[in-house]
Every structure is written in C-alpha cells, then in structure tokens.
Design a protein around this ligand. Structure first.
Ligand SMILES: [Zn+2]
Length: 318
C-alpha cells in the first residue's frame, strides 16, 4: 500500500466498521497522512450485496424503475450504482481484454437513441441527444465482445473503434463487417488502421418482401439474398458472415432495457447509456455462461480460468 499523496510507504493504522465491512486505515511513514483502504463502490453507502443485486438485475434486462421497486432503493441510488459499476467495469474490461487470440472477428453496430428519436430532435447538432450507435466487435469462436464504442456514427468514431480493436488483437485475423461506407469504402477505417495486414470481407444482406401475406399487421422485410465481397487480403468467404455479431446484438437488446425497441425504457442521458453498455459487456464476457460452449466468453478466449461474479469484479477493480 502506497500513500495517495506522496507514494511513500504506509503502515496499518486502526480500522473502523461501516455498514458493509471492517475498513482498514493506513498512515504514511513519510508525510504522516492517513487514509482508508478503497471500497468496492467508492462513495456509495448502500449495502454491497444489494448493490451487486442491482447490477445483476440491470444485466438481466430490468429497467431502472423496476429495479428500484424490487430492491426498495431510490431511483437515483440505482442510477448511482449504474454509474459507479459502469465506470469500474469499463476499466476492468480495458485492463483485461488485451492480447486476444481471435481468428475471425465480426463487427456490427446497434442503433439506439438518447432523449428522443432523431426525427424529433430540434437541434440537429446536439452531441448528447438523438441517435447513437454502439459499435461491437465479436470473436466468432469464443463469442467474446472484444471492444465497443457508443457514439454518433461517423468517420472519426469508426476510426477510434478500429484502432482500439487493433490494439486488442495484435496478430493478423479475418474481419467481416457490413458494407457501411465508413469501414470499407476506399481508404476508410479498416484500410487506414490495418493497411494490408488483415483479411477483410464484407457481407451485404439484400432485403425484400415475401410473396405470401403472413399477417395483416406485421410484414417485416426478409433477407432474400447475401453478397460477400473480398476487400483486403485473402479472406475465407465461407466464413465471412456477420451472423454472430448480429446474434450478440440481439443479446444486448434483450438484456439491456434501454436497447429494447418500442418501449419507454430508452436512455435519457448519454453517460448512463455508456455505463449500461460497459456493464452489460463485462457481465456478458465474464459472468454469463454462453450456451454455445457452456463457458463464459472470456474463459473460452483464454483470458481467465473461471466464471466471475459481480462481487468479484467490483472488488477486483480497486
Ligand atoms: Zn505520504
């Protein structure tokens, strides 16, 4: 333990008991300052077990108000826990999801909105409201969500997302995306970041109507064809699909309330959307066993040897 102030050596100096645990106090040998050991949820006084339950409920697709009703906590307390846990899980993922040995990576984006839908947004230049995209990259084998970025969909953000992916997967791999121009056109993000050191293909789905009338009320467009195209290097086109990334998107939509379509659970604040995404991804990668292989994605990717609990994860990030 080093001093927060001067990084000097510290010795134990008393302890006190709060609602959750015995908190050790330390004193610095050099400057004499004393301080407490850090707590899993920093300034929050709420019971730690209950806070973990809140995180679990949020990761199973429950809305903020529903969690508040079930746990008898105030809505603002639930949001504070979201903020605190989201911040911690983001740094947890940044530290742990490194050097990923992925061979097939798929990327996709999920649409969502903050505050209101873009068509009702009065100020089109508003950076904090309107439509937002969550970019996700998924390892086909382990189902690990390698990295993500929640932002407006533009050139700049696509580049940041790509650079982050490159940092986390050091060796050459095959990448598949949809034909979004920001990824593949000319010298767009993928070319700019990876140059020729990647096997890159795109998959475009062609949508159309079926002939038969299925329902009077619900006639969605269906996929009537796919087009796969080599963009860089020598990708295996039989593997060039974004199915697995889209399946992951479905999990995000199902288990994060604010992504569930046609409900009033949408995000009101951009910060909270980002926290919710980080929290979901940490839970998805490290806590939840994937039915494809019966392990957590992080285990399958060789990043850890066991399934984590929320308690463990929050304690780890101190
Ligand atoms: Zn000191």
């Amino acid at each position: 333990m080093n001093c927060h102030c001067c990084s000097g050596n510290c010795r134990k100096s008393g302890a006190y008991r709060n609602k959750n645990r015995v908190v050790q106090r330390y004193a610095c040998d050099r400057c004499g300052k004393s301080f407490s050991e850090s707590q899993p949820l920093d300034g929050l006084r709420v019971d730690f077990k209950q806070a973990c339950q809140v995180v679990n409920l949020l990761c199973e697709g429950m809305g903020i108000r529903a969690v508040a009703r079930i746990t008898n906590l105030h809505r603002d307390t639930v949001l504070s826990i979201l903020e605190n846990a989201g911040t911690k899980m983001e740094s947890f993922l940044n530290a742990k999801v490194q050097d990923v040995k992925a061979e097939q990576v798929q990327i996709d984006e999920i649409y969502s909105f903050v505050g209101c839908k873009p068509q009702t947004l009065l100020d089109r230049t508003d950076e904090e409201r309107g439509e937002f995209f969550t970019y996700l990259s998924v390892d086909r084998e382990s189902k690990l969500i390698i990295n993500w970025r929640t932002s407006k969909r533009n050139k700049e953000n696509t580049l940041i997302f790509m650079r982050d992916l490159q940092r986390r997967v050091p060796q050459r791999f095959q990448l598949t995306s949809d034909a979004f121009a920001g990824y593949c056109r000319g010298d767009a993000a993928v070319k700019q970041v990876f140059g020729n050191e990647i096997d890159y293909a795109t998959e475009t789905k062609v949508f159309g109507r079926t002939n038969q009338m299925v329902s009077r009320y619900f006639n969605p467009l269906v996929v009537i064809g796919i087009k796969r195209k080599t963009r860089i290097g020598n990708p295996d086109l039989s593997m060039a699909t974004t199915c697995h990334a889209e399946r992951t998107n479905l999990s995000v939509r199902t288990f994060t309330r604010r992504f569930t379509r046609c409900t009033i659970g949408y995000s009101k604040k951009l910060e909270n959307l980002r926290h919710a995404v980080a929290m979901f991804i940490a839970h998805f990668n490290y806590c939840r066993k994937h039915s494809a292989h019966g392990k957590t994605p992080a285990q399958a990717a060789g990043l850890t040897d066991h399934a984590w609990t929320i308690e463990e994860m929050l304690a780890e990030t101190n």
